[in-house]
Design a binder for this molecule. Structure first.
Ligand SMILES: Cc1cc2nc3c(=O)[nH]c(=O)nc-3n(C[C@H](O)[C@H](O)[C@H](O)COP(=O)(O)OP(=O)(O)OC[C@H]3O[C@@H](n4cnc5c(N)ncnc54)[C@H](O)[C@@H]3O)c2cc1C
Length: 571
């Protein structure tokens, strides 16, 4: 250990949790409850709680066990058959207990007059229900608050402003990680019996609370040997063009709708069955088609909502209330006026593969929350806070079991030394800024024919550009100080996850759920009831397919959510 101390500050813990969002907090609390010494390291402030701090706090869960089968059936339908049925069932089985944990810790949900929880069915699916946290507008902050209070009670330690850049391995097992403080540049070496990765999804630094989700966590897991799944699917969301808002997941089921520049509720045309009350990915697709016909921009129209539902959806606290009141002062009423909304690249829906116990392909590394792949091509409102609770809790438990059963392994000095010198190499040298590179990545990635209406030509064009960015721009990046070194590392993550999305999108020559190829507009069950698995080989991405184990699954898909929609094809 002495040697290592010459390289940086060494911290030992039983369990290292990378990322202090809800998944990390659930994992840490569970492991600490089982008697483990736990440290959460986050690149943001020590106890900020990740994206969940900004979230609406809606939670999707099954509160009556007899509906688990129905939920799985509907989610298989919603994902157009491409669903890890065993994983979803396993998660649902624990979702009620976790929701009760939240209540026990002091988190409150809206209720009906008879005292039952007020649930809002999602995406027109009767058994998939999201429960809304109180007060509306700062539910996420409240949820994070109760999890943090519990973490304190259990003695969980936090270290903030520290970006983890690489996992450490000895004899093929993860034995900790390295990183640096983005304020003072101190290099850290974390020695851990088990490591829980809870770094969230990737992202492109778009406005919807996405500054920290940049994908470097997924990339470091892949470098350590973890495998990635479902990266061709991305959450393309709708957001107001000029301000931030949260809640289309509830506004649409409660009657709101999107209209085009002519005032037409265009979703009725693309889906006469579901109309506006559907998944945002299909709405975004329709927006792209409408825009191509010159019928943009698009507006959210809340006028069909009942007064009591508007009252429910009026923010009572947090950043949403600030925005609501600011808009009012400027003479704009969110619920009375039609306000412009637009599609936005939100986050990838793919992630690292982990089993129901949270185990990844690499011993000693566990996945919790959105960094691990759970969903396929679409997103149900409230799903993340429900699944981060379950998968975080499970990962914490599995990590604690692992620590008890494994003998301690040393950290290799030479491995740390070479990681450190590579990490700090761009500091202070002449070069280009991360911002320049990030803008290039965004410009490559954001065009609608790359993100939404994909086709071979546009994807190949984008891949070429990303290859050029990787080969020519990334190596030229420099950082003036540790803060910009963090931004640089994040930009590398965003570049790699963009490449993963593009290559997987090109490989899947069919359309299904959120993945739409204009040149392959139909679903192809014969060839594509398969996952695309990504790993890293000799520094490059390696993509292969793996059939779904349909022989093991309870549900053999016969009906598909995508048949509710039809879009004109131009290519
Ligand atoms: C505005 C908004 C509203 C939302 N509303 C809802 C809702 O109502 N219901 C719902 O279910 N979901 C909602 N979500 C989504 C939900 O908040 C997230 O999906 C959830 O927080 C993900 O949890 P996580 O722990 O997996 O990841 P995160 O919350 O993203 O936490 C990951 C943490 O890891 C840290 N990190 C990342 N990389 C590193 C690294 N390399 N080193 C150190 N630290 C790192 C980050 O700083 C972050 O703190 C909303 C999101 C937003 C932005």
């Amino acid at each position: 250990m002495t040697n290592l101390e010459t390289l940086g500050k060494v911290i030992e813990t039983d369990i290292l949790v990378i990322g202090g969002g809800p998944a990390g907090l659930w994992a840490a609390n569970r492991a600490a409850n089982l008697g483990q010494k736990v440290l959460i390291v986050d690149k943001g402030p020590a106890e900020w709680g990740g994206e969940a701090y900004m979230s609406g706090g809606g939670v999707t869960a099954i509160i009556a066990d007899e509906y688990i089968d129905k939920f799985v059936e509907q989610i298989v339908y919603y994902y157009d058959g491409l669903c890890d049925q065993e994983l979803i069932e396993g998660i649902l089985k624990q979702s009620r207990t976790r929701l009760e944990d939240m209540q026990r810790l002091g988190y409150e949900f809206h209720t009906n007059p008879d005292g039952t929880l007020k649930g809002i069915p999602q995406r027109g699916l009767s058994h998939i229900t999201c429960y809304i946290g109180k007060p509306f507008g700062e539910g996420g902050k409240k949820l994070v608050g109760v999890l943090l209070k519990e973490a304190k009670r259990l003695g969980v330690k936090h270290l903030g402003r520290t970006l983890i850049t690489e996992l450490l391995k000895t004899d093929g097992k993860v034995v900790g990680a390295v990183g640096f403080n983005s304020i003072n540049g101190i290099f850290y070496i974390f020695k851990a019996g088990a490591t829980v990765l809870a770094t969230g999804l990737g992202g492109w630094k778009t406005s919807y609370g996405k500054n920290t989700a940049t994908g470097e966590g997924i990339c470091m897991a892949m470098r350590a040997g973890a495998k990635i799944k479902n990266y061709e699917f991305m959450k393309v969301w709708n957001v107001p063009r000029l301000f931030s808002w949260e809640g289309q997941t509830w506004l649409l089921p409660l009657g709101a709708r999107f209209v085009n520049a002519l005032g037409e509720p265009f979703m009725d045309k693309y889906s006469p069955v579901l109309g506006a009350n559907t998944d945002p990915h299909y709405i975004v697709r329709a927006m792209a088609v409408e825009a191509r016909k010159g019928k943009g921009p698009f507006y959210l129209d809340c006028s069909p909502m009942k007064p009591e539902d508007r009252e429910l959806m009026q923010p009572k606290g947090g950043w949403m209330k600030i925005n609501y009141e600011k808009l009012k002062k400027m003479g704009t009423d969110f619920f009375e006026q039609k306000l412009e909304w637009m599609p936005q690249a939100n986050e990838p829906l793919g992630g690292i593969i982990a089993d129901i116990k949270g185990k990844t392909a690499v011993p000693g590394l566990f996945g919790a929350g959105t960094v691990r792949n759970i969903e396929t091509g679409l997103y149900i409102g409230g799903w993340h806070l429900g699944t981060t609770a379950v998968t975080g809790h499970i990962a914490g438990e599995s990590a604690a079991e692992y620590v008890k059963s494994e003998k301690e392994l040393p950290i290799e000095y030479e491995q740390v030394k070479s990681l450190k010198s590579r990490l700090y190499a761009p500091l202070g040298k002449p070069g280009i800024s991360y911002k320049e590179v990030l803008t290039e990545v965004q410009n490559t990635f954001f065009p609608y024919d790359v993100m939404i209406l994909k086709n071979k030509t546009s994807l190949e064009r984008a891949i070429k550009k990303i290859e050029k960015i990787k080969d020519e721009l990334l190596p030229q990046m420099s950082a003036a100080d540790p803060h910009y070194l963090l931004k640089l590392e994040e930009t590398k993550g965003t570049t790699i996850i963009s490449e993963m999305f593009l290559r997987a999108s090109l490989m899947r020559t069919e359309s299904r759920a959120g993945h739409f190829r204009e040149d392959y507009p139909d679903r192809d069950d014969r060839n594509w009831l398969k996952w695309i698995i990504i790993s890293q080989k000799n520094g490059d991405l390696d993509l292969r397919t793996e059939p779904l184990p349909m022989e093991r699954y309870k549900i053999q898909p016969t009906c598909y959510y995508m048949v509710n929609f039809s879009f004109p094809i131009y290519v």
